[in-house]
Design a protein. Structure first.
Length: 230
């Protein structure tokens, strides 16, 4: 599957400090996304999680730095098997497709995010079940992004043991409900499909990670996921 590697992000929501990746299928940009994701077209996606890639993704953390990502694959497929959310590894956030799934994941101690409809600029926190969810600071403050969302340092979504979930606004796009299939992100996602390499995604990813400066931060998968499309 094609993988795009950007040492300096041009995404304003992520901020200038954070490097990032984008992953697509070989013949369709949704090819690495789970078939169960409700945001993509119903005939797109894959039933397979790319185990070999997931193992390397969990290790794809710059020396002295940190890395995080989000996935629509159910947490039962990856939480215990690949080393995510342990010391020195990539923090994987479960992006829940339903409130009940978000609550259940939080009950199990899974770092969880959820898209919630909201009119205007949201503020404060929301209680879902027995758990508190806070709004992503970039949703509530124009001057906030992943580089500076937490004044104490580590980005909220890069904290594996956090006790709160994170909310994102469920924006209403005109053509496609998937945020990555709109605007600047979709152009980058489509470009990713054109990348060819004799190396696997996991191998390319780890080589790139080693080239980053000490202490770098990486947001994996601005678009795309951990699936395998063939």
């Amino acid at each position: 599957m094609p993988l795009s590697l950007q040492t300096k992000s041009r995404n304003s929501k992520i901020g200038p400090r954070v490097s990032c990746t984008t992953r697509s299928g070989g013949v369709d940009m949704y090819g690495t996304c789970p078939s169960t994701c409700p945001l993509k077209p119903p005939d797109k996606g894959t039933h397979k999680l790319d185990s070999a890639y997931a193992r390397k993704l969990s290790k794809a953390v710059p020396k002295g730095g940190l890395a995080w990502a989000y996935t629509h694959f159910d947490w039962r497929y990856w939480f215990k098997d690949f080393g995510f959310n342990t010391e020195g590894r990539t923090v994987m956030n479960y992006s829940a497709s339903h409130i009940n799934k978000a609550i259940n994941a939080m009950d199990k101690g899974i770092p969880t995010v959820f898209n919630l409809p909201s009119e205007g600029t949201p503020s404060g926190h929301v209680k879902l079940g027995d758990h508190y969810f806070i709004w992503c600071p970039a949703e509530t403050h124009e001057d906030k992004n992943c580089s500076n969302c937490n004044p104490n340092g580590r980005p909220i979504c890069a904290q594996p043991d956090r006790k709160v979930g994170v909310l994102f606004k469920n924006k209403k796009w005109k053509k496609n409900p998937c945020y990555a299939a709109n605007g600047f992100v979709v152009r980058e996602w489509k470009k990713t499909m054109q990348i060819l390499s004799n190396l696997t995604d996991g191998t390319r990813l780890l080589h790139w990670i080693k080239s980053l400066p000490y202490g770098s931060w990486v947001r994996h998968h601005i678009a795309g996921d951990m699936g395998k499309d063939y």
